[in-house]
Design a protein around this ligand. Structure first.
Ligand SMILES: Cc1ncc(C[n+]2csc(CCOP(=O)(O)OP(=O)(O)O)c2C)c(N)n1
Ligand SMILES: [Mg+2]
Length: 372
């Protein structure tokens, strides 16, 4: 308890028992942010190892982006919406996507709420208003704006945070989404995670503008660039954008950061960028930076990071074992869900397919043929 809170307690102020003093509140918030950021780092490291070991198919990490994603998403209320670009899965976990579902989606197993129909590492979670990722760049932008417009029409108190990368600013969806959001004055804000690269195209070659934030001017909305490796700065910027959105004013925040690893597990970034550039950004690592700040404030002890990492690793590893052991999605689901009853032509196609799958040893019990 802070000294202010203690003093208030001694004076018999009953409010101090429920409402933490400002310093204490900020410390709790900072510790929460630190833990959420560490979870992103540990989860990514684990998933990449699984991919390298051939246990999951594909991974795109957020290493280096932890402050950008966690700080900005922390500004959202539980009933707000987060529309993802390509790397916000860790922010979704913070907002309620269960670790079990996250890892099930990585395995595309029978616990995967997308039923294995998405590529792995493409999350969704209905309970926390987190629509499914689309690998098709920029499509979530007009979708998010449309949903925010619908909220406005229905008079529902919702803010929609729409995330995308620097590369997505060259998509049609960016133009139409930004334009209509400003014209319609919908309760949303745009978060451009400028991580320096769109696969092998660097941000300097993506636009001739000095900053992606300049693009907001053309659409008649506020735009600002923020140090994306400073978690408190990304949180403050998102809180401002959130307040504007509540007043019907969309805005753009550009979080300047750096993708430390490859675009995905299928990419080799050494083919197109210099080690010196990566090293310069490694020196600005958002977790090291926040840890140093918390240490300097006396908010954490030296071993706190290792302790939390240990806890998170144990939690994640337990879930990996559960999900690895879970059954695969039944092959029959390939042709289910579209029609109330699977029609004859699909049953025939499936039966031909299952005969081949059985011959190759890819079918499991229960995958049997449909009656014709
Ligand atoms: C419409 C479309 N064009 C091209 C691609 C291929 N592609 C996949 S990811 C990507 C780059 C995305 O870069 P950025 O928006 O900066 O996001 P980041 O990967 O850096 O998070 C591209 C061009 C695609 N998936 N969809
Ligand atoms: Mg990018």
């Amino acid at each position: 308890m802070s000294s202010t809170a203690r003093k208030a307690d001694a004076q018999g102020d009953s409010r101090s028992a429920q409402v933490p003093a400002r310093g204490e509140f900020q410390r709790e918030e900072s510790l929460a942010l630190f833990r959420h950021m560490l979870r992103v780092r540990v989860l990514d490291e684990r998933m990449l190892k699984l991919q390298r070991a051939g246990r999951v198919g594909f991974v795109g990490t957020a290493k280096g982006l932890e402050a950008a994603l966690i700080g900005s998403a922390y500004a959202l209320r539980p009933h707000d919406w987060l529309w993802s670009g390509l790397r916000e899965g860790g922010a979704a976990v913070m907002r309620g996507l269960p670790l079990s579902e996250y890892i099930a989606q990585m395995y595309c197993n029978s616990n995967d709420t997308a039923k294995g129909r998405q590529m792995c590492n493409h999350f969704q979670h209905k309970g926390s208003n987190y629509p499914s990722w689309s690998s098709v760049i920029g499509t979530q932008i007009p979708h998010g704006v449309g949903a925010a417009f619908a909220a406005k029409q229905r008079g529902v108190d919702e803010v929609h945070a729409i995330y995308f990368g620097d590369g997505a600013t060259s998509s049609n969806g960016f133009h139409s989404g930004m334009n209509l959001a400003a014209v319609w004055k919908v309760p949303c804000y745009f978060v451009c995670v400028d991580n320096g690269w769109a696969i092998s195209v660097c941000s300097a070659k993506q636009t001739a503008a000095k900053s992606f934030a300049d693009k907001a001017v053309a659409y008649g909305m506020p735009g600002r660039e923020v140090d994306g490796n400073d978690v408190l700065a990304t949180l403050a910027a998102a809180r401002e954008a959130h307040a504007l959105a509540l007043g019907g004013q969309p805005s753009l925040i550009v979080l300047k950061t750096y993708r430390m690893l490859g675009h995905s597990s299928s990419d080799d970034p050494t083919k197109y960028r210099d080690d010196a550039e990566v090293a310069a950004w490694a020196a600005k690592d958002p977790l090291d930076r926040f840890e140093a700040l918390l240490l300097s404030q006396g908010a954490i002890e030296k071993n706190e990071r290792a302790r939390v990492e240990g806890e998170l690793t144990a939690e994640i590893d337990t879930e990996i074992h559960v999900q690895e052991a879970a059954p695969k999605m039944a092959l029959k689901t390939l042709v289910e869900d579209v029609y109330a009853d699977v029609p004859l032509h699909l049953r025939r196609q499936y039966n031909r397919f299952i005969a081949v799958a059985e011959r190759l040893g890819h079918a499991t019990p229960g995958d049997g043929a449909f009656p014709l």
